[in-house]
Design a protein around this ligand. Structure first.
Ligand code: ZN
Length: 430
């Protein structure tokens, strides 16, 4: 186990730092191979209530805490947001807190963005500046409080008010050169096994931490897909044939680019992202699992809607999109991706063949769209929506251990078949 621990790939936290996150423990932003840590929630400050006051000119946010905390508040543009980073906080707020807004705040959400770090993200109705922000000690029977006062401004004043490194480009031309941090890595076309000869399979449970994903009947996508992914890891580990790496194995937020980076850095032979969709009520009901591969143009309107929704994960978690480097230059993606796409499509078909024997599939089970998480140019990647949390029957499956183990079994079969063929081909020197 020690050598496995040593193989942990440490992800640069530059992306999160760019979003003004405390990078106190960057080593935990790593590809997770360890077992989840037992919760130590008791030692963290507890937030017991949150409220908004004021109007569309001036809006105040107040968070009640059982002790004072340090914090950092920044504004972000496109979309307009305020991000407040605090040390890890145990949020014990009534359910539904933040779903509705007031004044300048459309809605807000809160949660873990990394072990040791929590975040509150406010969606704003328009540009606003932080007029004041402070923490009050408990006094006169009042708990400790974190207070944020927002004030309406126009866009020009808004842009001036935010830190230069967080400013959007405002339509300026993108830099002509790729920044050093985003320099393309060499494109590798063949699956490369690790030092111990085993291919790497990356399992990517969607969402996490502050980003719940879709929600229905008290179930969150982030928890359902984590349970599924952990079961899939167990199934694959049992064979002893692969080095299985998870992008997260606990309730932590991971930015989309960092998920892709795990696969690329490890030269993974396969990347499987696990999600559970929900259909907006106005669009009726849908059911069954769908397997997605990457394409520039979505295969249909539903695929496009879904990719848009999944690609919003970073904005939801308060990552500064204006600063986010692209993983590789577009031209390289285009050239290298053709072969990778062939393999992704092959795996998607294999997966459908196996899954349809145990799992109810969507009426169009193979689709494609521009999912950011599938953009590793050199790693065959698929995204599986294992079902609809918005559908009663699917939700019953998603929370059932029996269903999960059957579905995971089928997925494991497809992975076995895909990699057996892929490695045999590579071993033959072609
Ligand atoms: Zn999702």
């Amino acid at each position: 186990m020690a050598s496995r621990a040593n193989q942990r790939i440490l992800l640069a936290c530059a992306l999160l730092c760019a979003a003004a996150l405390p990078c106190a423990d960057s080593s935990r932003l790593s590809a997770a191979e360890s077992q989840p840590q037992p919760s130590a929630a008791a030692k963290f400050p507890v937030a017991s209530a949150a409220r908004l006051a004021g109007d569309a000119k001036q809006t105040r946010f107040i968070l009640d805490l059982d002790r004072t905390v340090t914090f950092r508040a920044v504004t972000l543009a496109d979309p307009y947001r305020v991000v407040v980073d605090v040390p890890q906080v145990n949020f014990q707020l009534p359910s539904g807190t933040g779903a509705g807004g007031r004044g300048l705040v459309k809605a807000f959400r809160y949660g873990l963005v990394m072990p040791g770090g929590s975040r509150i993200v406010f969606d704003l109705t328009g540009p606003a500046r932080i007029a004041n922000s402070y923490v009050l000690e408990a006094a006169n029977g009042q708990p400790a409080r974190l207070v944020l006062e927002l004030e309406e401004v126009d866009r020009a004043a808004f842009v001036q008010s935010i830190a230069p490194e967080l400013r959007p480009t405002l339509g300026a031309a993108p830099p002509a050169t790729v920044p050093a941090a985003a320099a393309p890595e060499p494109i590798q076309q063949k699956p490369t096994a690790t030092a111990d000869g085993r291919p790497v399979v990356v399992i990517d449970p969607g969402h996490g931490g502050i980003d719940n994903g879709t929600q229905s009947s008290g179930e969150s996508e982030k928890n359902l897909v984590l349970a599924f992914a952990l079961a899939l890891r167990e199934r694959l580990d049992k064979t002893g044939k692969y080095r299985v790496v998870m992008t997260r194995d606990d309730d932590t937020f991971i930015a989309l680019n960092d998920r892709v980076k795990v696969a690329r850095t490890l030269n993974a032979a396969l990347f499987v992202s696990i999600h559970a969709d929900a259909l907006p009520r106005a669009e009726g009901d849908a059911q069954g699992a769908t397997i997605y591969t990457l394409s520039d143009k979505a295969s249909d309107a539903e695929a496009e809607r879904l990719a848009d929704a999944e690609n919003r994960a970073d904005a939801i978690a308060g990552v500064n999109l204006a600063e986010e480097p692209t993983d590789v230059a577009d031209i390289l993606i285009d050239l290298a991706q053709r072969e990778t796409r062939t393999f992704s499509n092959r795996f998607a078909r294999l997966l459908m063949g196996e899954m349809k024997t145990t799992v109810r599939m969507h009426k169009h089970p193979l689709k494609s769209a521009g999912f950011r998480v599938l953009k590793a140019p050199d790693v065959p990647s698929v995204l599986v929506e294992i079902g609809y949390v918005s559908n009663k029957g699917d939700l019953q499956h998603l929370v059932s251990e029996g269903w999960r183990s059957r579905a995971v079994g089928s997925m494991g079969q497809a992975i076995d078949a895909f990699l057996a063929k892929r490695l045999a081909t590579a071993g033959a020197g072609n």
